[in-house]
Design a protein around this ligand. Structure first.
Ligand code: SAM
Ligand code: SF4
Length: 331
């Protein structure tokens, strides 16, 4: 085993880090947050410089992909500085972001110039009223403008992410797929995960499985399974007549832990070794206790690998097993 790689006790190499740059957000999506949220005091959140150092340590340990997420990453002030720093790391070949799209009209072009390679934009419905019901504070038009801005900025691959819930937006599946084809972007459908105790619906009742979503799509479009493997929970398909790809992210119905190549860092610097387990290591204590000491940070990351659990368990009944809200973990 190489000292320059992160390999866990089950022989899996970590090459992908999801970094949450803030727990704050301008939306309050019903599956992600409750209406009233308490956010972290600012001093508990890592500075952009601390995040850049953590990114560098990972890149020197074989990580080649970093995804910036949140909360909403684009509500973090001066995020472009971090994008530039991470984009300049020689080992990082894929610097990506997941965003709700609301700030893309003003930032898409600068992000692309700063070195962001790809962007995932969340879009659960094309019905303006439903959109505001699901996000509580969001406006559909603004997000559609954001998608347009990302296309104009020239991102080579744009992907939409949709969480589908029975009785809430399952009527939108075909409209979303048709929209993705028209826009020439990819789309992934996500099964709702039991993270955080939300108050609007019972997840066991609203769970719409990837299988069910795929059947809705197959009624109109012919789908061809792809062999692509992202090392994550996605399974990919493409259309027989179009190059738009369709992903299904199925934490409930597809156990993907065997190929897991990723870890997460929360905005307060907690290294989470598995989305569905509480195992974590405090990186903030290291970056604040030993400022600039990248060797100590790399040693901590190495040691953390022994704690990565073999797999997660989510119950199909939608019971909350993990009390963190999704905005803490970045999805
Ligand atoms: N604010 C950004 C956004 O919405 O794209 C990035 C953070 S958000 C937590 C990342 C992704 O997680 C989004 O695509 C969102 O739809 C998804 N998500 C949030 N809560 C979820 C849940 N309980 N189950 C499944 N996906 C969820
Ligand atoms: Fe905000 Fe994204 Fe969570 Fe929606 S899913 S509340 S946009 S962090």
């Amino acid at each position: 085993m190489s000292a320059n790689r992160l390999i866990d006790s089950f022989g899996r190499q970590v090459t992908y880090v999801r970094l949450s740059v803030t727990d704050r957000c301008d939306f309050r999506c019903v599956y992600c947050m409750s209406e009233e949220m308490t956010f972290l005091p600012r001093e508990q959140v890592l500075t952009l410089e601390e995040m850049a150092l953590i990114g560098r340590a990972f890149s020197e340990l074989g990580v080649n992909k970093i995804r910036l997420t949140g909360g909403e990453p684009l509500v973090r002030n001066n995020l472009l500085h971090l994008v530039r720093d991470l984009g300049a790391l020689p080992g990082i070949t894929n610097l990506a972001m997941t965003t709700n799209g609301s700030q893309l009209p003003r930032l898409a072009k600068d992000l692309r110039e700063a070195g962001l390679k790809s962007v995932n934009i969340s879009l659960d419905t094309l019905d303006a009223e439903q959109f505001t019901l699901l996000t509580r504070t969001g406006k559909l038009d603004r997000v559609l403008e954001g998608i347009q801005a990302a296309r104009e900025a020239g991102f080579p691959r744009i992907k939409l992410n949709a969480v589908i819930m029975k009785g809430r937006n399952d009527d939108q599946v075909l409209a979303l797929v048709t929209f993705a084809r028209e826009q020439g972007v990819d789309i992934s459908f996500i099964e709702e995960m039991p993270l955080g105790d939300i108050d609007e619906h019972h997840r066991g009742e609203t769970l719409c499985t990837s299988e069910e979503v795929r059947e809705l799509i197959s009624a109109r479009y012919e789908l061809v399974a792809s062999t692509e493997n992202s090392g994550g929970p996605s399974r990919y398909y493409h259309f027989a007549d179009h190059d738009t790809r369709i992903g299904f992210i199925s934490p409930h119905s597809h156990n993907f832990c065997g190929d897991c190549n990723r870890v997460r860092v929360t905005s307060e610097g907690r290294l989470l070794l598995c989305l569905g387990n509480e195992h974590s290591v405090d990186l903030r204590a290291v970056v604040r206790g030993y400022p600039g000491d990248i060797d100590r940070l790399k040693e901590t990351l190495h040691e953390a690998m022994t704690q990565k659990p073999e797999r997660h368990f989510f119950s199909a009944e939608g019971d909350v097993e993990i009390v963190r809200f999704m905005n803490m973990t970045g999805g």
